[in-house]
Design a protein. Structure first.
Length: 58
């Protein structure tokens, strides 16, 4: 069970990292994406999505 959860978290982190890289985010505050926690990645991803939605609606 523990390995299953660990794999799910790693998969989610990799997805978020890939999406952020595609959006042009590679690092922030001298910290590379692979150093970020899952929470930090989710927060940044949601901010990028929100900014993109605002641009589309204009």
């Amino acid at each position: 069970m523990e390995n299953l959860l660990r794999k799910a978290v790693q998969k989610k982190r990799q997805f978020l990292i890939n999406q952020l890289i595609q959006s042009g985010v590679y690092k922030k505050n001298n910290k590379h994406l692979y150093e970020w926690t899952l929470t930090e990645l989710e927060r940044e991803y949601n901010e990028v999505i929100s900014e993109n939605e605002k641009l589309i609606l204009k």
